[in-house]
Design a protein around this ligand. Structure first.
Ligand SMILES: NC(=O)C1=CN([C@@H]2O[C@H](COP(=O)(O)OP(=O)(O)OC[C@H]3O[C@@H](n4cnc5c(N)ncnc54)[C@H](O)[C@@H]3O)[C@@H](O)[C@H]2O)C=CC1
Ligand SMILES: NCCCC(=O)O
Length: 483
């Protein structure tokens, strides 16, 4: 709904209304205005003013406010999860887990805020140097639609803990829950404007990335958009964090605990309707257990309850929108044409409840007989589609697992502890799981290798992506000039 036009060399912002569809029912529930260049500038200026106050606060002071925000999120967890479900379509059961990893992230960085600092270095003659870890300024966060509240929390918590301000733009498909986060930060006591939300799509995102007062951009979304953002940011020499897509391998050796491996494969493929960047969608199964594993995974997949995601026992809701649903179903059609076998699912689904008849539901799909060259094995589908491939040896599977431009995540199931560590050491992926998949402890860094991006979210290391180091050199004697 948003577009740009070229007029006399000037880019003008001309259309500014988004229709907000609700995936559960497949109908419009609201409209909202996009932020144009002027609104983006107002948001950045107000963040800049708040930054002047916030950067002066001690780590302990910032910590206290972040802890209060975490407390409010915990208190309002059910309400936020419900909003997330209505907006995104994921089951409310899962949305609550996302909200948990959101407040945990705030608590984690609140814990680090007070201990951030530099170092003291003794130099000859009593002189010395020291470093200060300082904030960057106004940071921009741009989010995807699959984990709206979690993405905004994972970006803003370290940014604010380090003393920055943030202007955040959620995906136009899921604009609502981030506003609750802004409300919560304000209630917790951050200076007005410290965490600002602007709404809109690509044009609004571009205005943000190009703004001269923006110090950093942290982006979660697709590879093509990530490339554009990197290009825009390079013009202002702004650092970027890119959390992009994936086509991750999950390797199941014949010596694994098969029940856990099946559970792991389900976790790796069907959370949030399969719309998860780090999903382990290429499931390599060692030939000896291929039939047993496949039979069990198909049995479990058929049991997934699809329907109204607001119901407590639903485990799969609708996909994000109709065109994405068609896109995912198109991959399944193509997989069949290329020789894959649909072992279950892969169809449009019309839940029994008549009010859901226009929602964007499909049955989760397991594809067998997959080969490395097939489109379903090479490209990110971002839907509930698991591709099963067989393998014989460790060396062979490693070669095939790494044969991709992506490198976000990978997993291995085996009881052989030496093999587990040997294999993960060879996997070209930023996040590797041994005997589990898709758990997200905020204490651990998250991010990709290769075209899945760079920079990290969560963990102690992320402090480095939201701060800069100042070196101070102190002379205690006289200046020894060479002139
Ligand atoms: N690695 C990770 O952590 C994650 C990666 N993803 C990836 O994101 C994709 C799905 O999410 P989408 O929202 O469809 O991705 P997308 O790249 O289309 O959009 C992401 C965000 O970027 C904004 N945007 C689009 N064009 C822009 C531009 N030219 N300049 C600035 N901002 C722009 C969008 O409005 C949205 O807020 C998948 O490919 C998935 O793999 C999604 C979630 C997490
Ligand atoms: N909970 C993991 C987040 C992955 C994603 O943003 O797609």
């Amino acid at each position: 709904m948003q577009s740009l036009s070229e007029t006399d060399g000037l880019i003008m912002f001309i259309l500014e209304i988004y229709l907000l569809f609700i995936p559960i029912l497949g109908r419009v529930i609201a409209t909202f205005l996009c932020s144009g260049e002027k609104e983006v500038d107002l948001a950045v200026q107000s963040a800049k003013a708040a930054f002047k106050i916030w950067r002066k606060k001690s780590g302990m002071e910032r910590s206290r406010i972040l802890l209060e925000a975490a407390r409010i999120i915990r208190e309002r967890k059910d309400e936020i999860a419900t909003v997330e479900t209505i907006n995104n379509g994921k089951s409310v059961f899962e949305a609550r887990l996302d909200i948990d990893t959101s407040w945990q992230c705030l608590e984690y960085y609140a814990g680090l805020a007070a201990s951030m600092g530099g170092e003291h270095v003794q130099l000859p003659g009593g002189s010395f140097g020291y470093t200060r870890r300082e904030p960057l300024g106004v940071c921009v966060g741009i989010g995807a639609w699959n984990y709206p509240f979690q993405i905004a929390s994972w970006k803003s918590a370290p940014a604010l803990a380090c003393g920055n301000a943030m202007v955040f733009k959620p995906s136009p498909f899921t604009p609502v829950s981030t506003l609750l986060l802004a409300e919560i930060y304000t209630e917790a006591g951050v200076p007005p404007g410290l965490f600002n939300v602007v709404q809109g799509g690509a044009a609004t995102g571009q205005f943000l990335c190009q703004h001269r007062d923006v110090a950093k951009v942290s982006f979660t979304g697709s590879v093509p958009t990530g490339k554009k953002i990197m290009e825009l940011a390079s013009k202002g020499v702004k650092p970027v964090t890119l959390e992009l897509g994936g086509k991750s391998p999950l390797i199941i050796f014949s010596d694994c605990d098969i029940e856990n491996a099946v559970r792991g494969a389900m976790m790796a493929n069907f959370l949030t309707q399969g719309e998860v960047c780090c999903n382990g969608t290429r499931v390599f199964v060692q030939r000896e257990i291929l039939d047993k594993f496949t039979e069990e995974v198909v049995k479990q997949t058929k049991k997934i309850k699809i329907g109204d995601p607001l119901e407590e026992d639903t485990r799969m809701g609708p996909l994000i929108n109709r065109s994405h649903l068609q896109h995912v179903l198109g991959f399944i059609e193509q997989a069949k044409n290329e020789g894959a076998k649909v072992l279950c699912g892969g169809d449009l689904c019309v839940p029994e409840d008549p009010k859901l008849k226009d929602g964007y539901y499909m049955t989760p799909c397991v594809l067998g007989n997959c080969k490395d060259g097939m489109t379903c094995v090479k490209e990110e589908i971002f839907g509930p589609v698991m591709s099963i491939l067989s393998f014989d040896t460790e060396a062979e599977v490693l070669e095939r697992a790494n044969d991709t431009n992506f490198g976000l995540a990978a997993g291995v199931f085996t009881r052989d502890i030496q093999r587990a560590h040997r294999v993960v050491a060879e996997l070209q992926a930023g996040v590797c799981y041994i005997n589990n998949y898709n758990v997200s402890p905020v204490e651990l860094p998250f991010g990709g290798y290769k075209m899945s991006g760079f920079g990290r979210e969560n963990g102690r290391v992320t402090i480095e992506y939201y701060s800069q180091l100042k070196t101070i050199c102190v002379e205690m004697g006289d200046v020894e000039s060479v002139f």
